[in-house]
Design a protein around this ligand. Structure first.
Ligand code: OVM
Length: 401
């Protein structure tokens, strides 16, 4: 703990939350950042970090003080030009945020989920049958990517050609929230063809009339947003709707492969599928971090922050803070997991969470009906991204019931 130029002494750390070492194994660093205090100065970047559950939660809920409109990555939109036009929902504050949010809320509502369920169950059953037949496969490409790719783009109403751009595009979006490091630079350098394709697919003419994407354009007809805004809101679906669920599925399979007693429980009671997914989101936190920017001077603990300061919220650390959770490092599908911040919290909390949970529930249910054991057959390899935590390869063998 060093004294600084701020009003009182404040904890300072040389930890880089975007280094290869941190991204490989963040947990010891999370511990150190939580122990350092409610807020910690990150020397390397001249920004602040909150790593305890209580402080992450408070930061999420005080949107007047901790704004999103200056960007939810490290870059401050008041000082630097954003790498792409800002999102109409993620990178806005009230009142503008509310208009866009209402539209997304409606096109991702329980009523819409009901129309998707039967098709998702059929796709899940077919995929689970195929995997049981194969016995050995890569749980990332063959399951965590394959299942969401088999339902999400169709639900949005996208054409078949070019879908291979979706994951690289989202990977770029999530890398771009990080600092100006190699991951971010390289992603943005290679982004042009992905950006071009995604931007084109957001146009009404490229979306099936009964899909979720077209429903956003319908909301423009109804005057809820403008016709200029509609494609940019469709872009939010394509940015946030696929790579997140892919890494959520990857997390769930990685969890049940490491905690076989939890898979047994799920196999005996497939009704626990939703809990198994939710706990995997807490345990792995596919979205590890988001930033906010202060709109005024504010105290966190004893530390006074000025206006225009960037704060890194470590969601993954909050989700394993022992001040909040019993046995935080155990994966327990019967845990009372509500209150985790893996989907965020407050006015920006994941607007697609019903869709994510629907995909996971139906797939894990079909898998649990068919599969006796899941074991790893080799070392998993990590996919490195400034914001998303997940694997690149997860070789597994399953045995049927
Ligand atoms: C958006 C967007 C992009 C990435 C993530 C996200 C987790 C939203 O473009 O609105 O939410």
């Amino acid at each position: 703990m060093n004294a600084t130029a701020e009003a009182k002494s404040c904890p300072t750390s040389s930890i880089d939350p975007f280094s290869h070492e941190f991204l490989t194994d963040p947990y010891p660093f999370h511990h150190d950042l939580r122990e350092a205090g409610p807020v910690v100065r990150l020397q390397k970047y001249g920004i602040w970090a909150v790593a305890r559950y209580e402080d992450v939660h408070r930061t999420f809920h005080d949107w007047q003080t901790f704004c999103s409109s200056r960007g939810v990555g490290m870059s401050d939109f008041a000082k630097e030009k954003p790498w792409r036009p800002p999102s109409l929902v993620l990178e806005k504050d009230p009142p503008e945020h509310e208009r866009a949010r209402r539209v997304l809320s409606k096109v991702l509502s329980p009523v819409v989920m009901k129309t998707l369920r039967d098709g998702f169950v059929r796709a899940a059953a077919a995929k689970a049958d195929e995997l049981v037949e194969r016995r050995e496969f890569d749980a990332i490409s063959d399951l965590a990517q394959a299942f969401p790719l088999s339902v999400f783009p169709d639900a949005v109403g996208m054409r078949q050609e070019g879908r291979e751009h979706l994951l690289p595009y989202a990977g770029t979006v999530f890398n771009a929230f990080g600092p100006d490091n190699e991951l971010r630079r390289q992603a943005i350098e290679r982004a042009a063809p992905h950006v071009q394709w995604v931007t084109e697919q957001c146009q009404r003419a490229n979306l099936a009339p009964d899909g979720i994407g077209a429903k956003i354009h319908d909301a423009a007809d109804a005057g809820e947003i403008t016709h200029e805004e509609a494609p940019l809101l469709v872009r939010s679906l394509l940015s946030a709707g696929l790579d997140t669920t892919v890494n959520g599925f990857g997390a769930a399979i990685y969890c049940v492969a490491r905690f076989p007693d939890q898979w047994s429980k799920l196999r005996k009671s497939p009704g626990l599928a939703r809990g198994a997914f939710e706990e995997a989101i807490r345990f792995e936190s596919p979205v590890q971090t988001f930033f906010r920017t202060t709109t005024r001077a504010v105290s966190i603990g004893d530390v006074e922050l000025g206006e225009g300061e960037k704060i890194l919220m470590l969601l993954a650390s909050a989700n394993r803070d022992p001040r909040k959770w019993d046995r935080p490092d155990e994966y327990d599908i019967e845990r009372r997991v509500s209150g985790h911040v893996g989907f965020g919290s407050g006015i920006h909390m994941c607007v697609g969470q019903l869709l994510a949970r629907l995909e996971a529930e139906v797939f894990l249910t079909e898998l649990a009906k068919r599969v006796n054991t899941i074991e790893m057959t080799g070392e998993p390899t990590r996919a490195y991204n400034n914001t998303l935590r997940g694997l690149d390869r997860l070789p597994v063998r399953i045995t049927p019931n």
